[in-house]
Each structure stands twice: as structure tokens, then as C-alpha cells.
Ligand binder design. Structure first.
Ligand code: 5RP
Length: 220
């Protein structure tokens, strides 16, 4: 099975978590795009849908969904999103698509966070995938110097502006041995909007697609 087929079966498996009258949060990326394309088949179950990016909003609207604002719906019942890396503690690296800030807000507002990945994203230690950090543009170099002190190699994501009009630094070669502690440390740097480490609010469910099917892992 190739990676795009795995993304599709992970997305299909996540439909089981969408219950009647569901206030659904939708993430961003190619795995989530597979999910979005399946949503019309269960449209009657969805009371409201909230989006994590302009790209996701556009795709949802093209399929006839009216996208609600988080401020209008209150908490989210189920948030479904992909990830760039996941460890066995359900900690994630996210932000490869640059939507990490709104993704982290929706994950934080969700009663249940279902993460859909293929098995290439499962890692022993986070950090092989460069860690995205959304920064206020004027603080970009300052934050980059701080990250060098933390033994990372920051690379500015050129010609990319987030939905919140900010920049992204991708931090290479970090050894993330303690994701919770590192998330806290990076959050404290002035100018950091969001770090793409999802450790304080990990996934509740990981749906991991492989050649043998989808493995359901629950964070208990
Ligand atoms: C976007 C994200 C995505 O969830 C992550 O990059 C995974 O994307 P894909 O499903 O395309 O591999 O965090 O900001």
C-alpha cells in the first residue's frame, strides 16, 4: 500500500468518531483532505464544522459546508487532524503545512483529539522532522538565536506567510527528549506565537495506517 492509500484508510477510520449532532473540528494537510472529501457522506451527523486553516475552509466550502467560527460554537466535540510525527506518548510534531497555531487552538478546545497518520510518522524520539515555530516577523532572528542556544538549526520558511500573517522557522536537528518541557521552554520565548510540539495537549486517539490496516491507539 502506498502512502496516499494509507492516508485514505486512516481518514476513513476517523469517520467512526463523528457522532450525531457533532461539532467537528477539521485540521489541515493531505491526510485531512482525504477526510474532508469523505464528509459529505455523513453530513447529516455534523451540527457545525470549524476549520484550522484557510485551505481547509476553502475545501469544506467547495463541498457545500458552511464553516462556523470557534467563537460561535463553544467547545468542539471531536477534532481530527494529521501530524508530521507521533511518539508512543501521543505527543506530536505538527505544522508541516504551517497551520499549527489554529490547529493547536482547535486541539485545545476539543473534547476528543483524533490524530490520523500513516506508519511513517511514528517515531521513537520526536525531532527528526524539523520542528515548526510560528513567530511574529520582527522577532524572527531573535527567536532563531534562542533556538541555536537550544542546539537547533533554524531555517526560515522562505516565501511563506501563515494565515495569521506571521513567519515560520523550521528547527532542524533538535533532540526532543522531553517534549512537555521543550514545549514550555519554547513557548516562553518572546515573539513565539506557537511551537508545533503538541505535548501539553497530546492526541487522545492515534489512528495509524499501515499495510495491515488501521491500528487504533487510545491515550488512557
Ligand atoms: C499542517 C499539519 C499537518 O497535520 C501535518 O503537516 C501532516 O500533513 P500531511 O497529512 O499532509 O502529511 O500539521 O500544519
Amino acid at each position: 500500500m502506498d502512502q496516499s492509500q494509507k492516508k485514505l484508510i486512516a481518514a476513513k477510520a476517523s469517520l467512526d468518531y463523528i457522532h450525531d449532532d457533532c461539532v467537528l473540528g477539521v485540521g489541515t494537510g493531505s491526510t485531512v483532505n482525504e477526510l474532508i472529501d469523505l464528509l459529505p457522506s455523513i453530513k447529516e451527523k455534523i451540527q457545525a464544522v470549524v476549520s484550522s486553516s484557510l485551505a481547509t475552509t476553502t475545501r469544506l466550502e467547495s463541498l457545500g459546508f458552511e464553516v462556523s467560527l470557534l467563537n460561535s460554537v463553544g467547545d468542539i466535540d471531536v477534532y481530527i487532524d494529521g501530524a508530521d510525527e507521533a511518539n508512543k506518548h501521543f505527543h506530536l510534531v505538527k505544522g508541516g503545512g504551517g497551520a499549527l497555531t489554529r490547529e493547536k487552538i482547535l486541539a485545545g478546545a476539543a473534547r476528543k483529539f483524533v490524530c490520523i497518520i500513516d506508519d511513517s510518522k511514528q517515531v521513537g524520539m520526536l525531532g527528526k522532522f524539523p520542528l515548526p515555530i510560528e513567530v511574529v516577523p520582527m522577532a524572527q532572528s531573535f527567536v532563531a538565536r534562542k533556538m541555536v542556544k537550544m542546539r537547533g538549526q533554524p531555517i526560515w520558511r522562505e516565501n511563506f506567510v501563515t494565515d495569521n500573517s506571521n513567519h515560520i522557522l523550521d528547527i532542524h536537528n533538535l533532540k526532543i527528549t522531553n517534549p512537555v518541557e521543550m514545549e514550555t521552554r519554547i513557548n516562553q520565548i518572546p515573539g513565539v506565537v506557537t511551537v508545533g510540539l503538541f505535548a501539553h495537549r497530546p492526541a487522545d486517539v492515534l489512528l495509524v495506517a499501515s499495510d495491515t490496516g488501521v491500528r487504533v491507539m487510545e491515550n488512557k
